[in-house]
Design a protein around this ligand. Structure first.
Ligand SMILES: Cc1ncc(COP(=O)(O)O)c(C=O)c1O
Length: 404
């Protein structure tokens, strides 16, 4: 038998992690243990202002009392999971709130963004199968997750390397180029999938004409329009869903990340053209919409429907953008500032990792989106004071690492 591990220090945890956890991530030498508001703590007693939020997941920050109370209520009832053989109130409530906030009709619950996209790809193929069509158009530079369908839909060759053959009949158009999409549409095409704001691809918002044009192309050619809002949805842009910033409504929308505020849950919501494409037996997920996850989602969705959280995102997002633009004036290595609400990115003319590292050492957690882009996706509850403090730390990290 292997020896029992001791996990009392940062070093213990990292050493045991290297021995026992499969190495699929390039992890930083930090062990996070707790959090409050917009701050997280590590095992060595350091405090960080967190502009990563578990990569756009921890929408309500840390220690939210309502979230805690709702989860405890489910635990006290004893039924943490009941399988989708039966109805449960939390799942129905969460689905009804998604419908209310989005105008879409029905929701399928699963556990992650990749799984939500997998469901959307299957739904698209089922929709197409009625007329013998299977081709799905995705976008270059997109990111949709790591399961086979989702990673095939991901238009970045680096994520495919070593894993071929990929899922057939998924092709890639240029993001923000309607002509490029139009060129790929043929009699075999059944759907188009895109993120309204590309996240992992470098925080690149779609142009309004692009999403509107996609809506028209999909209507003209009887295609399903799928928006992946896994990262940009759930209040991040200042509206419940990013598509509401544009005049383009999808047939299918996928969600995850912020939906459960840290409790894993994914969802695929569908409008009238797609809501009844799947029938019993077509698709399933054992844990999908489990009571705790759905209760957490309902807390976030209720918070979004109340309005004050969204108006705060608008304010803090605008402030963040303004401060990043100020920083750009001071540091010309920042070649672009882009995004919406609390999903902002800065592109540098050099590698971003030294700035991210220096920020962490000064107490600010940041995450990259590619080699040259730093992304800012703090909890939606971040305050203006915290945005100012974060920007100040970032400024000093820039001053230390790049020429002004
Ligand atoms: C737009 C988008 N779609 C899908 C995914 C995959 O989500 P998950 O990691 O929950 O499978 C991500 C994750 O970063 C994402 O940003």
């Amino acid at each position: 038998m292997k020896p029992e591990v001791t996990l009392n220090t940062t070093r213990d945890v990292i050493e045991a992690g290297k021995a026992y956890v499969m190495s699929t991530y390039a992890q930083l030498p930090v062990v996070l243990t707790g959090g409050r508001g917009c701050e997280v703590y590590d095992m060595d007693g350091n405090t960080y202002l967190d502009f990563v939020a578990g990569i756009a997941v921890n929408a309500l920050g840390y220690g939210d009392e309502e979230l805690k109370a709702e989860i405890l209520k489910i635990m006290e009832g004893g039924l943490t999971h009941c399988s989708n053989l039966y109805w449960s109130r939390p799942a129905v409530e969460a689905a009804s709130l998604i419908a209310r906030l989005s105008g879409l009709e029905k929701t399928f619950f699963c556990n992650s963004g990749a799984e939500a996209n997998e469901a959307a790809l299957k739904l698209a193929r089922k929709f197409g199968s009625r007329t013998g069509r299977s081709r799905i158009i995705s976008m270059e530079q997109s990111f949709h997750g790591r399961t086979y369908g989702a990673v095939t839909a991901t238009g970045q060759p680096k994520y495919h390397a070593g894993f071929s053959p990929m899922v057939p009949d998924i092709v890639y158009a240029r993001f923000n180029s309607l002509e490029s999409v139009e060129e790929l549409i043929d009699e075999n095409t059944c759907a188009v999938i895109t993120e309204p704001i590309q996240g992992e691809g470098g925080i690149i918002p779609a142009k309004e004409e692009f999403l509107k044009g996609l809506r028209k192309l999909c209507d003209d050619h009887d295609l399903l329009l799928i928006f992946d809002e896994v990262q940009c949805g759930m209040g991040r842009t200042g509206r419940p869903f990013a598509f509401q910033q544009y005049q383009a409504v999808p047939d299918v929308m996928t969600l995850a990340k912020g939906l459960g505020a840290g409790i894993p849950i994914g969802a695929m919501a569908a409008g009238s053209r797609a809501a009844d494409v799947l029938s019993p037996g077509d698709h399933a997920s054992t844990f999908g919409g489990s009571l705790i996850a759905a209760a957490a989602a309902s807390v976030v969705l209720r918070r979004l429907s109340e309005g004050s959280l969204l108006s705060s995102v608008e304010k803090t997002g605008a402030l963040l953008r303004e401060l990043l633009l100020d920083l750009q004036k001071e540091f010309p290595v920042i070649t672009d500032v882009r995004g919406m609400g609390l999903m902002q990115g800065i592109e540098l003319s050099c590698e971003a990792s030294p700035v991210v590292k220096a920020s962490m050492e000064k107490g600010l957690l940041l995450v990259q989106a590619g080699v040259k882009v730093i992304r800012f996706v703090p909890p939606l509850t971040v305050t203006e004071g915290e945005i100012m403090k974060g920007a100040e730390i970032l400024r000093s990290a820039f001053a230390e690492t790049v020429p002004s």
